[in-house]
Every structure is written in structure tokens, then in C-alpha cells.
Design a protein around this ligand. Sequence first.
Ligand code: R5P
Length: 317
Amino acid sequence: MDGMGSYARGFKLLTGGANHALAEEIARGLNVELCKVTTSRFADGEIFVRIDENIRGHDVFIVQPTNPPAENILELMLLIDAARRASAARITCVMPYYGYSRQDRKDQPRVAIGAKLVANLIQVAGADRVLGIDFHQHQLQGFFDIPVDHLYALPVFVSHYRKKILKDLVVVAPDAGSAKMARGFAKRLNATFAIIDKRRPAANVAEVVNVVGEVADRDCLIPDDMIDTAGTVSEASRALKALGARDIYVCATHALLSGPAMERLANAPIAEVAVTDTIAIPPDRRFDRLKVLSVGELLSKAIRYTHSEQSVSSLFD
Ligand code: R5P
């Protein structure tokens, strides 16, 4: 396919340091080079960024997931600010993972709404559009007053599972929040549906109260938007096994894999954990049963369509 030089307006793809490999994959899909950026640190640790190419009047896309450390967010802000001050015509924040998105409401007294704050920061820095994948809640799009294209990793996972021979598959939502996503998987994989009644006695602690649906003697697929400490999926897989489930597969778009996640996944009765590369996964977080699928092609297409002012809605499904 052609690079992006054939369109009327110039095109630039920039990246911060949070997920360079994904940005390179996107650049390959678009047949372009990443725009040159210098990133360095002051002696006290402050981040410095400089865009080393002329981007005046260009359509600029900045790739940066905002998973911890929080400096990923700051680097994104600095890149957006630098692009705006360098007279970019339009700036799209390509945020494959929306960090702080779980803090989306005031559910206790005197807490911050981190998801809204991050949305505000992105807009104040100067972004004109946002391109994201599997927000923790779809309605987080409404936290932005600029256009948001919200993609799903579901097609990437579905084509992976269609290549497997799965027997009497049941898709199991690990909690009420994942029910809609799980139904989407069940429909496309021609599977039945079950749901787990999950309780969170404390943050990052997951407890299975009940499984609603038939799982005995069936292969199970547990889809989720993210695996953080892996409490949710490891507890879910144990509960399914205890009810006589056959092979258990887990998939999640965002692989945070923090704290005890590796140990929990190693000890859980899970045949394979499939995740995407929205977040960079360091070598020490990889293991034999982990399958990493790329969202690079999906994002390349979305960026290409956005730049050429074509509809991206075919990618939403
Ligand atoms: C919950 O609302 C989310 O969809 C995930 O199930 C959850 O954030 C995963 O966290 P952990 O892996 O720590 O259980």
C-alpha cells in the first residue's frame, strides 16, 4: 500500500516512549517513517521533548498509551503541546490504553475523577481528536469535548479464536461490566454465554460469588478489557474449573500485568492468555501461555481513514 504522501495535507506520525514497538508497527502498516523526536531528561528528571521535523500545517498523530508511570501522560502532554506550538494543522492523540480510566466517578467522598482529569489535560494540551481502544467504559468518550474514535480489539481476538478448535464454547463474562463485551464474543464465535457474579471486597481483590450459566464439559473463554493483578481472571478460571469446565481461555485487551499477576496466572487453570500490545509488555512479563496479538494493523487503518477523511466506523465492529 502507498505511504501517506498521496493525500492533500502532510502527514506525521510521532510517538512517545511508552510503546515504541507498537508505533513502529503502525508506521510499517502506513508505510511511513516515524517523525524524528528528541526526548531527554534534565538532571532532576524533568522530561524534555523536541520535534525534529517541520510539521507546520500537517495532520499529526501522536501514539502514546497512558499506563503507569504517570510520566507517560506528561510526555504525551509535552508532545501535544510541542506539536500545537509548531503549528500542526490537526493533532490526533492515539491512546491505545487510557490510563486512569477506572477512576470515572465519585463513588466515595473526596475522591478525584482521574479519567475526566486526563481527558481535560489532553484537550487543554491541544489535541483535536482522540483515537482509543476498549475504554474501561464506552461512555468515557463523553469525557472529551473533541471527537473520539473508539475501536474494539474484539475482531483481533475473534480471528485468533476462529483458528482454534474449541468444543461447545461458552463465553463467560467475568463481571457485570464485561457482559456486553462477552455477548459480542459469544455472538461472533457462535458460543453460549455465562456470567460471573463478582464482588470486590477491596480494590484489586476479586471474589467469585456465583456463576450463572452452563459451563460443565465446555471450553470456556473469559474476555475482559484489562488484566491488572489478574485476580479477576484467576478467580474466575478456578470457579469455572470447580464447576467442571474443560479448557479455559482468557483474553484481555490491555495487559497491565502488575503486582502478583504473573504468579496468579502461572497458578491458574488457564490454557492460554491472549492479550494485545496496547501496552508494551516487557520480557519479564511474558510467559509460555501468553499470546500477544497486535492492534497495529487496526490502528494503522484507523489512522489512514482519519487522515483521508473516510469513515472509520467499519473498524468499530
Ligand atoms: C473490572 O472492572 C475490569 O474490567 C477488570 O476485570 C479488572 O480491572 C481487572 O483487574 P484485576 O486483574 O486486578 O482483577
